[in-house]
Design a protein around this ligand. Sequence first.
Ligand code: KIV
Ligand code: ZN
Length: 522
Amino acid sequence: MTANATSSSSKDRIVIFDTTLRDGEQCPGASMTFEEKLEVAELLEDMGVDIIEAGFPIASQGDFEAVHEIAKRAGDGVTIAGLARAISGDIIRAGEAVRVAKRSRIHTFVSTSPIHLAHQMRKTEEQVLDIISATVAQARNLVEDVEWSAMDATRTPIEYLVRCVDAAIKAGATTINLPDTVGYAVPEEYAAMFRQVIERVPDSDKAIFSTHCHNDLGLAVANSLAGIAGGARQIECTINGLGERAGNAALEEIVMAIRTRRDVMPYDSRIDATMLTRASKLVSNVSAFPVQYNKAIVGRNAFAHESGIHQDGMLKNAETYEIMTPESVGVKATSLVMGKHSGRHAFRSKLKELGYEVGDNQLEDAFKRFKDLADRKKHVYDEDIEALIGDEVASAAESIRLLSLTVIAGTGGAAKAIISLDVEGTHVTKEVSGNGPVDAIFNAIKAIVPHDATLSLYQVHAVTEGTDAQAEVSVRLEEDGKSVTGRGADPDTMVASAKAYLSSLNKLMVKRQRQHAQAVSA
Ligand code: KIV
Ligand code: ZN
């Protein structure tokens, strides 16, 4: 038995193999820079990913350098893998890239299905078997840990697949991956394939079996879990399900499905799930692939409730409508979205969150006006609600006003904002840089008006269509458990952002003064 094979004590541990930086980055439009790849790899390692497939070293010099650097920096708790076709030059290059890691793996693959053999490889079954033996042995001479993948395994006749896996294990493969390359399998079939291969290959206990599922029919996660039921113990997946075509199995969904339904899937992974939201945001930012609003686990609506019945239940006991806590995946709190479906209970709770304790009559009046407004308006903002109860904060006197703003941004380095503000009659100008133009503007405002409030929401809506659309920006600031939301509108999104930030800051000032006055008079 090799060091990597499944032992009885590790039977219930699922090895998480993340391929965001290889299969994920391979999808059109998702390429990442060298620095971005290092940042993602660092976060994956911190999160507890067992194996990071850092890239395809033969693909380009850039890919090689990124894999090499990630391998160099990785600690001893993570394995760094590099992908290689079943070609000698690929394997040598992958070996060079990953060998500097404390734990390194070469992942080599070849197609096994009749359609790939006939049209892509133009090789016979016997020729491919020889290629498997030679290339796996070559990789095994370079590193101890070799993964072999049967590309298009799910469309490969089982008899031939068994012979291929047998050849790979005999040549020294320590992990056997049976991918659903084209996302064609259904869960029962995928589980059965693993069961049959594991049963029929004489030395199958010398390797860990792995799933690798694409999402063409939306079954990638279900198939991966079925693969585990069939005997696999490694799952290949990506953050946000990024990957070729419809993507790969989403890491966050796999981890939380196993954790939440341990009763029917008695396994676990090493992943620190509280880092899932951070990982999702980072990958979405660097790949420029937005996360769909209703995406499981990490979508912005994953812990948001608008219906009155659900909000009422949530306020009584969160378990009524949530099967996992938002905190468990790194989301600060459930959000009750105020809209036309919200009920009184949620409305009162929202007022409380905004810092208002109102009597029953005032609540009843404000609630009627809120329902009326929600019927007419798509987004009901905190400030709309504040205005409903006639609070002066909603129309806060502007003690800080925007006088002028110039932003320099682009590919030439850090963004810069030169901003002039009128702060209670005094004009102040500052030039500050940031990680992008919005960050630079907010940093500049903070440099002129220092404060400890944290930014908890930044949202841009185009009010009209077209490139000259009016941008409407919302900014929420939080301080001492209370939040204020400001809005700014302008055809220039940067100006709208500055206005929105200042609007929240002005409200915060009024709120602070009011609390101070209440404390003094108490
Ligand atoms: O989908 C696939 O088959 C792959 C292999 C390279 C493992 O990505
Ligand atoms: Zn793939």
